[in-house]
Structure formats: C-alpha cells, structure tokens
Design a protein. Structure first.
Length: 143
C-alpha cells in the first residue's frame, strides 16, 4: 500500500487535520460539560440571591433574575448532558451539541449586559465547540 492511501484504502489527505479535529471534539465535550456545570451554578445563584448580578436600566431583552436563573439552570443541565454524551461517543450528542452551542451563543448575547465578561467567554467557547463538532469527520456513529 502506498503512502498516498491509508489502511482503509482512502486518500491520506487530512491526517493531521483529522487528529486536530478529533482532539477538538473531545475538548469540546469537556468544555460543554464545564459550561453546563457553570450554567447550573449561575442559575442557582440567580434563583437564590437577587443581588448576585448587576441590575441594568433599559434593555430590550430585560427579564427578571428569577427568569434568567431558570433559563441558566435548565440550559446548564441540557448542556452538561450533551457534553457528557459527546465524551461518551454518543451519536446523538454531536448534532445536538452544535444546536445547543448555537442556542448558548444567542442566550449569552442576550445575557451580555448582566455579566459581560463571562458572556463573551461563553460565546467564544460555544463558537469553538461548533467548529470542533463540525470539522471532525473521523468519528461516525458506528465507531
């Protein structure tokens, strides 16, 4: 077998890229799991104590902190479960991970005035997660 083909018979293109994407997928699972845990903590903090987050003036997407607490708590649980699914290699978790990460981007953008630094970090993490899950072609549902 020549160097131009892999053991599977396909072209050898993207070998290093595939390793990066595969490692990125594992890292994306870890990041989703951690972001979910932090979302759960943020949700509990907003539900228990109304003075944890900054009160803002006039804002188009203004919700009370109890509503934001429930949003963060429920989304945090879902994100953590999807992150665990990605780490476990579940076929459903990769596609759902892209959708959940996109939802995280939208909700963190709306949450931006309440906690700007964490919202920007969370958006960056979600963008990486989407990239990692969309570029890893090495894993299939059968593997």
């Amino acid at each position: 077998m020549s160097n131009a083909t892999r053991s599977t018979g396909g072209p050898a293109r993207g070998g290093a890229e595939s390793a990066w994407a595969s490692g990125g997928t594992t890292f994306a699972g870890v990041l989703l799991l951690l972001e979910g845990i932090f979302g759960i903590i943020a949700g509990i903090a907003a539900l228990v104590e109304n003075d944890v987050y900054t009160r803002i003036g006039r804002y188009v997407f203004k919700f009370n902190l109890t509503t934001w607490g429930w949003i963060h708590l429920i989304l945090g649980i879902v994100v953590a479960v999807v992150g665990w699914g990605i780490l476990s290699g579940a076929a459903w978790a990769r596609g759902l991970g892209v959708g959940i990460a996109a939802l995280v981007i939208v909700l963190q953008f709306i949450w931006l005035p309440y906690h700007p630094v964490w919202a920007l970090v969370s958006i960056a993490i979600a963008v990486f997660v989407i990239w990692a899950l969309c570029t890893d072609r090495g894993r299939t549902s059968a593997s």
